[in-house]
Ligand binder design. Structure first.
Ligand code: NDP
Length: 329
């Protein structure tokens, strides 16, 4: 049928969540106020979990994809008109609301922001939730007083999507960035993004004590668990860690010592429900603080048909940088 289009739909199969490609029509889409023709989506860690049926979808059937960039086809909102180029990051897409792994999608106008002038749709998706989250982490560190003159900053899980952008943005802002990566083969890549040096996960652990030698003025942590605990233990007096991820686990085996003896701050970063004003601030800063010449190194474009294998790869920690998904390929 000519009015049908493709989407990656997560459904219940014998009590388990299973993702598969389906043909949908506009009549199948949720009753939201803006219809968007989607051009690109992305692959984030959370998308990996959703596509591999790890319980991200809280309603079924669910269309995956936490990011999308596209063109408005129809709008009942005064804020958007047909032809507008828009992006969405988060807001419960792929969890509670249908997301970007679809050639068309209906979305709440409150979730949309206009595509920033500085970026094409493909570039905005190269940034996607990962890049926007890393900018939220940088903004959190800045607000906590972690400035480039304070000393070295650490980025953990550095070769992943959030980590790669954090390294590139912090380096462009003049910070002395040390990247922590578990993959030897990513070291050259991370130096190209601006890391002054790269350390292994073992080295990042230091002595593995809850209160260790001071080492970092600040940090962006994508990993959680033992790594985050070790990083908190090594933050300089008055420094801060922006914690956004759980790629290594969602526990945090730490003590209060770094907080009460060194005044260390642990800054929680959430991109999903951040307000429109916060998003617009982050995207405005991305327009000025990101070196676009690094995009080719940091991103690759893949067809939607490859999502099942790419999702498995990101959960195994095997994706370097960002994957943009062409939903029409
Ligand atoms: P990626 O998979 O691209 O990056 C995660 C990186 O963490 C990997 O590349 C790897 O880096 C490292 N890593 C993976 N597994 C382990 C492990 N077992 N132990 C230690 N390090 C590990 O994911 P994203 O960049 O998309 O997301 C990073 C994290 O941030 C995820 O947990 C994600 O859920 C979270 N996130 C949170 C957001 C929020 O709003 N708070 C928004 C976006 C993401 P390396 O090989 O370099 O060591």
């Amino acid at each position: 049928m000519s009015d049908s289009f493709r989407a990656l739909v997560i459904e219940d199969q014998d009590g388990k969540q299973k993702a598969g490609f389906k043909n949908l029509t506009v009549a199948d889409l949720p009753d939201e106020d803006v219809l968007v023709e989607v051009s690109y989506s992305t692959l984030n860690y959370k998308d990996g979990l959703a596509v591999c049926g790890k319980g991200i979808a809280r309603r079924l059937p669910m269309v995956g994809g936490i990011d999308l960039a596209g063109t408005v086809l129809e709008s009942k909102s005064g804020e958007f008109k047909p032809g507008d180029k828009v992006i969405v990051n988060g807001f419960g897409l792929s969890e509670l609301f249908w997301g970007g792994y679809s050639q068309k999608q209906k979305l709440k106008s409150d979730w949309l922001i206009k595509l920033p002038d500085a970026f094409t749709m493909q570039e905005a998706m190269a940034i996607g939730t990962a890049g926007y989250t890393s900018m939220l982490c940088v903004l959190a560190l800045e607000k906590a007083g972690v400035t480039p003159d304070k000393g070295e900053v650490l980025v953990t899980g550095a070769a992943g999507g959030v980590g790669s952008f954090a390294v590139a943005i912090l380096a462009k802002l003049g910070y002395n960035v040390v990247a922590s990566s578990g993959r030897e083969e990513t070291h050259e890549y991370l130096k190209k993004l601006g890391a002054s040096s790269v350390i292994s996960r073992e080295e990042t652990m230091g002595k593995g004590r809850p209160f260790d030698k001071e080492r970092w003025a600040g940090a962006v942590d994508c990993v959680g668990s033992n790594i985050l605990a070790a990083v908190i233990a090594q933050i300089n007096y008055g420094g801060a860690v922006a914690a956004c991820g759980l790629a290594g686990g969602n526990d945090l085996p730490t003590s209060v010592l770094p907080f009460i003896l060194r005044g260390v701050s642990l800054l929680g970063v959430d991109s999903v429900m951040a307000s429109k004003a916060v998003r617009e601030e982050a995207w405005a800063r991305l327009a000025t603080d990101l070196d676009k010449s690094l995009f080719d190194d940091m991103t690759r474009l893949e067809p939607m048909s490859k999502l099942p294998e790419l999702a498995a790869d990101i959960l195994k920690g095997q994706i370097q940088g960002r994957v943009v998904i062409d939903v029409n390929a």
